[in-house]
Every structure is written in C-alpha cells, then in structure tokens.
Design a protein. Structure first.
Length: 219
C-alpha cells in the first residue's frame, strides 16, 4: 500500500466523525465514514423488504448490492445503484438495523473490498469499528477514540433536532449498540494492539485533533 491510511475506531458518539473530518482537512486527504456503508446496507434491506436473517435471502440481496462513494461538494456522498442516499441513512430505525445487520459476516465481507479499493488510490482517514483491527491492519496510524457513556449520550442528544427527544432513550440505544458492536463474533469493536487510545470525555474536538496531529507529525 503506497497511500497513507489513518484509522479511527471507537464506540458511537465518541466524536469519530467530526474528528475524522477535521483531521482529514488538516492532512489534505479524504475522510471515509464506513458506518455510512453499513447504514446503506440497512437502508436497502428496508427499501427492498429483505428478510436479512435468512442467509439465502441475504446472500441474494448482497450479490446485487451496488454501494459506493462519490465526491460531492468536497464531501463523500453515499450512492446506491447510482442514487444518492446520504440523507436517508441517519434515522433511528436505520441506525438500529445497521447495528444488527452489520453482525452478519456476509455483510462485512461484501463491504471489505469497497473500503480497501478506496485506500488503494487515496490517502485517507477511515473511521469505523474494525478499521485498525480487520480492514487496515497495516495502517500508518491507528487511533481508538472513546468517551464516557454519559458524555457520549449528552453529545448525541444535543445534536438531535427532534422536539420529542429523550436523553435516557438515547443513552439506552447507544449502550445497546455498543454492546452488540463489541460482542459480535465477526469483526467486533475492540482496541487494536497497536492503536493509540484517546479519551475524549474532557477534550474538545480541536484538542483531540491537535493530539492526533502531534502524534502523526512527530519528527
Ligand atoms: O458509525 P455509525 O454509528 O454510523 O455506524 C452504524 C453502525 O454500523 C454501527 O453501530 C456498527 O454496527 C456498524 N459499523 C460496523 N463497522 C464499521 C462501521 C460501522 O460494524 N466499520
């Protein structure tokens, strides 16, 4: 691999997306949010009413899956069979379905090449759950970003526009998602042996990014 790949893994709400975006801007490379791919799978499962717990039906569905990223207004947009679905994949329903369906090894295998192909030609910051452990074990720098559950739930709650939002519900769903993501058999969320841990509970996004830049640019 001649490109420079930086990975950021960690639980939901740790600040991965904002940190990855800022870090990639500072380094002048692309930011790839791999959670969007798992959300794209969940979106299509819902749209096409696939019985994804049935292995034969899931495999048939994955054969025709056509997800990829294109650059739109300097950010990556998620395309599914040529349609931009970026704005439809962040609903609570899709979030929970992405968390369940991502545990299927067939789903993970189907997304592996998409992620590795991007890395062949572009320097990038990849964020997700298994970037440093499974997808890019040879990444130049690996970070594991985490924070206290209360802090993460409060951040997510603040971002939500919904009037009917409920912090306890946000926290419960986050806890459930973390549990599923770290206990699944296939590529669970865990710390890569050579990853650098950063606790963002008491740091601003800028402080996290500065810390990463300090490590990456250390002479
Ligand atoms: O990162 P985000 O919260 O958007 O991811 C949605 C879901 O996709 C996660 O809860 C996780 O189950 C799954 N995911 C994954 N592996 C990744 C990225 C996301 O399993 N590399």
């Amino acid at each position: 691999m001649n490109t420079r790949i930086i990975t950021i893994d960690g639980p939901a709400g740790a600040g991965k997306t904002t940190v990855s975006r800022l870090l990639s801007q500072r380094l002048g490379c692309v930011h790839v949010d791999t959670g969007a791919l798992y959300r794209g799978v969940a979106f299509e499962i819902r749209q096409q009413k696939i019985d994804w717990e049935n292995d034969a039906a899931l495999e048939e569905f994955l054969k025709d899956l056509d997800l990829n990223f294109v650059i739109e207004k300097k950010a990556l947009a998620l395309m599914s069979s040529g349609r931009n679905i970026t704005n439809f994949i962040r609903t609570p329903d899709i979030t929970m379905l992405a968390s369940s369906s991502s545990a299927k090894p067939q789903v993970r295998a189907a997304l592996l090449d998409i992620q590795r192909n991007i890395a062949k030609t572009k320097d990038a910051v990849f964020e997700g759950r298994d970037m440093g452990t499974v997808v890019f074990p040879d990444a130049a720098y690996k970070f594991f970003l985490f924070a206290d559950l209360n802090v993460r739930a409060a951040r997510r709650y603040d971002e939500m526009p919904d009037e009917k939002k409920d912090i306890r519900r946000v926290q419960k769903q986050m806890e459930m998602r973390d549990y599923k993501d770290s206990r699944r058999k296939s590529a669970p969320l865990k710390l890569a042996e050579d990853a650098i841990k950063i606790d963002s509970s008491f740091l601003t996004i800028e402080q996290v990014v500065e810390r990463m830049i300090g490590i990456i640019e250390k002479p």
